[in-house]
Design a protein around this ligand. Structure first.
Ligand SMILES: C[S@@+](CC[C@H](N)C(=O)[O-])C[C@H]1O[C@@H](n2cnc3c(N)ncnc32)[C@H](O)[C@@H]1O
Length: 228
């Protein structure tokens, strides 16, 4: 997988520049949003629980692809879980996010971070892939390409783990607040809520799937194991 951080022709996706510059591309806001307390508030106090739910799907010694940078200590938790014999590769399309992730992962020689667009084929295969809260932040056409590329990057017998938003139960007390968040801040999230990850693209047919929902249905963990 080539690192395009030094390629001046490298271009950020329009949806990212137009919708999420304030959150992911701004040198002033990134250090503030990267604090565990902010991550925890955004996830209504569930950040640790959701990160643990993802991280425990991986085993020491595995080679794992993390699809997109995540604020807070998620990558560190994942690197710790993989241990010294493991290898974590974080890929993000934004150079500022990769620089920030490299800084956080500096104590882990078995971890690397590189710039690449996940709507393009990954080009390498991994024992496992982790996709934490990326899918709700991309429009449908990009989401389908990303999911297809990530599925193709899983070795036979390997697994892929998605943690993301899900449609909450009708009685959920946060439902009205989340409807406003999705309307004004996360304009692609509702299109994720209308889809099942396990049937999103033709490549999903090559996997066995399990799904669980958390916190009254507001979040989902979907795990696929590649046959063969
Ligand atoms: C993982 S998601 C959101 C994570 C979560 N909200 C958090 O706490 O950080 C955000 C990241 O996805 C990255 N991203 C968006 N589209 C991408 C793409 N096509 N390829 C690689 N990274 C992408 C953005 O640059 C951003 O750093």
């Amino acid at each position: 997988m080539p690192d395009s951080s030094t390629n001046s022709a490298h271009r950020l996706p329009d949806y990212l520049r137009n919708t999420y510059s304030w959150a992911y591309l701004n040198h002033r806001t990134v250090p503030w949003l990267d604090r565990p307390v902010v991550v925890s508030a955004i996830l209504w106090g569930n950040a640790s629980r959701l990160m643990d739910a993802a991280v425990r799907e991986f085993a020491p010694g595995q080679q794992v692809l993390q699809a997109a940078a995540v604020y807070g200590d998620f990558s560190l938790r994942l690197a710790r879980q993989l241990g010294e014999a493991g290898q974590l590769t974080v890929v993000d399309v934004a150079p500022i996010q990769i620089a920030n992730t490299r800084r956080k992962l500096a104590p882990w020689p078995g971890a690397e971070a590189r710039v690449a667009d996940l709507t393009e084929p990954v080009g390498t295969s991994f024992d496992a892939v982790c996709c934490f809260f990326l899918l709700h932040e991309v429009p449908t056409y990009a989401r389908h390409r990303i999911v297809a590329n990530l599925l193709e990057a899983v070795k036979p017998g390997g697994r892929i783990v998605f943690v993301d938003y899900h449609r909450p139960h009708w009685w959920h007390p946060m439902r009205p607040a989340m409807a406003l968040v999705f309307r004004y801040l996360e304009p692609f999230a509702n299109s994720l809520l209308a889809e099942e990850i396990a049937t999103m693209v033709p490549q999903t047919a090559g996997f066995e799937w399990r799904k669980e929902t958390l916190f009254g249905g507001l979040y989902q963990k979907v795990v696929g194991v590649r046959r063969g």
